[in-house]
Design a protein around this ligand. Structure first.
Ligand code: TRP
Ligand code: ZN
Length: 885
């Protein structure tokens, strides 16, 4: 908790550490009430610094003893305050022996060493290691670790840490020990230990080089029937990184451990990845198709960090996207390759862009907007953002778009050749890409330093006489906090031209020098405005611009409704086919919002072209069901809100609902046919093809239930009763929960009874109700009184509180402000338990200025209430201060 004004840390203040650590030896005497940690460090002066002080950080740890080079240091030998321990004028070579005492059972922040369901776990990224011992806890200090764990043998039969198990045995007294050694140098944020009563599934795997490695997935007893998918995902990831990037697992043993109390998704600790149970445990009874896909991608993500993050790490936390953007890009590509088909790849791309638009674009337009490589922070935990992760991944993807797959691979090879074993910067990555390809990528740096989503405006002209088609691209970027003016970005814009048959025209770009015809050209927009000219264009084309979403920008382009329907039907680029449908729907919805705002009705009845286009997509049996599902899903309320200057969440909700009902009505027969045609009888399999069918079938059900009639209620109830997998069960339950079906309450009650032993399913139960249109603030308060609810478990808090505040806009934004009062209460309650989780919830209101005045005032009051709370963590304080600024 804060006792003084929080400090802002600036990127420009970076200085190398005065001392480097060579070796770390640690001994843990594990006890939930009082754990003793003995640490021996060997340090030496860093030739790259002229500092003479050893600087160690500690956070909430009790210093029991401190010895330097064999002699105890008294309070005169060092200074300790504000979490910094400084030893002045230390000699060239230093051995420090540090003894600390910590209280894992009282640690509700879930950072450092904590207890979950009786077992010990650690979480050290970003600055959690300093909650265990005093240490130069910064990622540019890399050292080799040897770790001795001692604990009661009965309660903690399993003792794990990074690297290899060197020795284990009994200590007498019912205690035992295990000694672990990590052969690789690593920053302290990758340290991990796990101790407790756990069981594992293990397999061996032969690497490309022929070396055999041991793979383990550790879970609590009773969960071994839920580990196979994580294990398979790990094996696929190992294979993929060998094949796609020539990167091999460098350890003899690789462990994944699942824990029910966890702040985020998972953590890439060297050789000992620790995961939120949500991203490990799956079987058809408890996990949905989305859960299976999530596990596959998070297992891959953490595994890929072993090279992009661990072997090559970050110099400082401003460089976070160096590892996160790159690793997200890698896991996105992996998941796409696992689906394997072209349409599967496109669907994956659509999903990723949806996340970007839903979450990152709003962030980039709000008070917390920051560059992919931020310039300052108060609390680094607040910068594990969609900008650093998802926009960061888009930035990495643009290298591949600009350099080609082979060029990108060359850049990766050079990156590892230059930087393996080192802590480096985003600039180092960019230079490796540039140098490996003989390209100047200096302008590309602006993607790291400038915040905000650029807008690209497209204007075209066709000259029939010259058979020439010109595309003029102009770019701009709105101001963001601290950045009033922006320089032009280097933007790859992938373009194709469709002829009147809907076929791709061969492209001859003027000045490109290549006589070879291709059908997608990557235009490089580097100035504020540029014109590109295509030759031999025999008829006036319909341009398909920003294919596959080649850059994270807003695209302003004037299409007629007929052109959008044409693109939706014919574009060879599946992403832009989807995009055309979204534009068509968006246009219609924005017009209706305007009508409603002016006092009219949200009458979506006369939506002719949209209905025709949706009908064509729904009935086209050549299309991939997964694609159909996305193409037939209307832009979300959040995405709609982004398009408006003043947000009226109730008007938006009314319009989207009216639109859904009118699509349900107009296409009723088609939805019914699609429902029947996409059943997946037989044994459940989470593969992309079956998952796509279930997705479309459940979308059809959701539309039909919008009609709220007996037939729809029966369809949902029957699906619920007969489901043999969680995807169908939860799809049916969500449909029932949004309806006035007579079986609604009974189904909800039965679901809870059937799954009350499965924490992850109970989370779904809370979350589904939190997001139901029938659930208001009072109902959420009631759910909080349910015996299974607790704020202490992050998954549970997210399932109810976050789901309601972020996923139920029409109820959350209740006109009386009761949703905001509820939000403030929960932020304050969470702040005292877990600042990181509290700060995430605090983000919910950061776009308050965009709302209509009446709501704005109430949101502001709620923010002020939180800001005025005593003993606010710096995590929450930073978020609310920036929101109110
Ligand atoms: N580095 C992790 C990842 O992206 C995420 C992470 C960062 C994390 N900080 C954390 C996880 C704190 C849990 C708690 O894979
Ligand atoms: Zn990561």
């Amino acid at each position: 908790m804060r006792t003084d004004t929080p400090q802002t840390i600036y990127r420009k203040d970076y200085a190398p550490p005065a001392y480097l650590v060579e070796t770390v030896e640690m001994g843990f005497d594990l006890d939930p009430d009082l754990t003793r940690v003995a640490t021996r460090l060997t340090l030496s002066r860093n030739p790259e610094s002229d500092g003479k002080s050893v600087v160690l950080y500690g956070d909430g740890v009790q210093l029991v003893q401190l010895r330097m080079n064999g002699r105890e240091l008294t309070r005169r030998g060092y200074a300790l305050g504000n979490g910094v321990l400084e030893i002045f004028n230390a000699p060239e070579q230093v051995t420090l022996e540090i003894e600390t005492a910590i209280h894992p059972a009282l640690n509700t922040s879930l950072m450092g060493l904590y207890v979950s369901n009786g077992n010990f776990f650690t979480q050290c990224e970003a600055e959690g290691f300093r909650k265990i011992t005093f240490f130069p806890d910064r990622p540019d200090v890399m050292a080799k670790y040897k770790v001795m764990l001692r604990a009661d043998k009965k309660k903690y039969p399993v003792l794990l840490s990074n690297g290899n198990l060197i020795e284990q045995g009994d200590l007498g007294d019912g205690r035992h020990y295990a000694l672990w050694e990590d052969p690789f140098k690593k920053p302290s944020y990758l340290f991990a230990l796990v101790a407790g009563s756990l069981v594992c599934q293990e397999e061996t795997c032969t690497l490309k080089s022929g070396r055999e490695v041991l793979l383990q997935v550790w879970v609590e007893e009773g969960n071994l029937d839920k580990t196979q998918h994580a294990m398979d995902s790990l094996k696929h990831s190992i294979r993929w990184d060998e094949e796609r990037y020539g990167l091999e697992l460098d350890l003899d043993r690789f462990m994944i451990v699942a824990v029910g109390d966890f702040n985020m998704g998972a953590m890439e600790n060297k050789g000992l990845n620790i995961f939120n149970t949500k991203y490990v445990l799956a079987n058809p009874r408890i996990a949905t198709d989305a859960d299976y896909a999530g596990i596959e991608s998070v297992v891959a993500h953490e595994y890929f960090h072993n090279w992009t993050g661990n072997r090559v790490t970050c110099r400082d936390w401003f460089q976070l996207s160096l590892k996160e953007g790159l690793t997200v890009f890698r896991d996105q590509e992996f998941s796409a390759d696992m689906i394997g088909t072209d349409s599967g790849r496109a669907v994956k791309r659509i999903e990723d862009v949806r996340v970007l638009r839903q979450a990152q674009f709003p962030e980039d337009a709000g008070p917390m907007a920051h560059p992919v490589r931020p310039d300052s922070y108060v609390e680094i935990n607040n910068f594990y953002t969609v900008t650093v992760y998802e926009k960061g991944a888009e930035v990495v993807r643009m290298y591949q778009t600009l350099l080609g797959r082979d060029g990108f691979r060359k850049g990766m090879d050079l990156y590892f050749e230059r930087h393996d074993g080192h802590a480096v910067t985003c600039d180092d990555f960019r230079l490796a890409m540039a140098d490996a390809n003989g390209r100047d990528l200096s302008q590309f740096e602006l993607w790291y330093s400038q915040a905000g989503t650029p807008r690209v405006k497209v204007e075209t002209a066709y000259d029939a006489g010259q058979e020439a088609f010109e595309i003029t691209l102009s770019q701009s970027c709105a101001p963001t906090p601290g950045q009033a003016e922006k320089k032009p970005f280097h933007i790859p814009v992938a373009v194709g031209l469709l002829d009147s048959q809907g076929l791709d025209m061969p492209l001859f770009l003027d000045g490109s020098g290549s006589a070879e015809a291709f059908t997608t050209a990557v235009l490089e927009l580097t100035e504020s405005s540029q014109t590109f000219r295509f030759k031999h264009v025999k008829e006036k084309p319909v341009p398909s611009v920003l294919r596959n979403f080649s850059a994270p920008v807003h695209l302003d382009i004037d299409y007629t409704e007929a052109e959008l329907a044409f693109l939706m039907a014919h574009d060879s680029d599946a992403f832009n086919r989807w995009e055309a449908g979204q534009r068509l729907a968006m246009r219609r919805m924005l017009a209706l919002v305007k009508t409603v705002r002016e006092g009219g009705q949200a009458d979506a009845g006369a939506a002719g072209p949209l209905h025709d286009a949706f009908r064509a997509t729904l009935t086209d049996s050549r299309l991939d069901p997964a694609f159909q599902e996305f193409a037939l899903t209307l832009p979300s309320e959040t995405v709609l809100a982004e398009q408006l200057d003043v947000v009226d969440p109730h008007a938006i909700h009314a319009v989207r609902q009216a639109m859904r009902r009118s699509l349900a009505q107009a296409l009723r027969g088609e939805w019914q046919i699609a429902y029947q045609a996409n059943r997946t009888p037989g044994e459940y399999s989470p593969d992309a093809e079956s998952a796509g069918k279930r997705g479309l079938k459940n979308l059809a059900l959701a539309y039909l239930v919008e009609l709220d009639d007996d037939a729809a209620h029966r369809l949902a109830q029957t699906q619920y009763d007969n489901a043999n997998n969680m995807t169908d069960r939860i799809g049916a339950l969500a449909a029932l929960a949004n309806s006035s079906a007579p079986g609604r309450e009974q189904a909800l009650a039965r679901f809870y009874e059937d799954f009350e032993q499965e924490a992850l399913v109970v989370d779904k139960w809370f979350s589904l109700q939190a997001m139901s249109r029938k659930t208001d603030v009072a109902a959420v308060r009631e759910l909080m009184r349910h015996p299974a609810f607790t704020l202490k478990n992050p998954n549970r808090a997210r399932s109810l509180i976050f789901s309601f505040c972020n996923g139920n806009p029409s109820q959350f934004h209740a006109a009386d402000g009761s949703g905001y009062e509820f939000w403030a209460e929960q932020v304050i309650a969470l702040n005292a338990i877990n600042p990181q989780v509290a700060a995430r919830l605090a983000r919910t209101l950061d776009r308050w200025r965009k709302y209509e005045p009446a709501l704005q005032q109430k949101m502001k009051a709620a923010l002020q209430k939180v800001a005025a709370t005593r003993s606010l963590s710096k995590d929450v304080l930073e978020v609310v201060t920036k929101s109110l600024a």
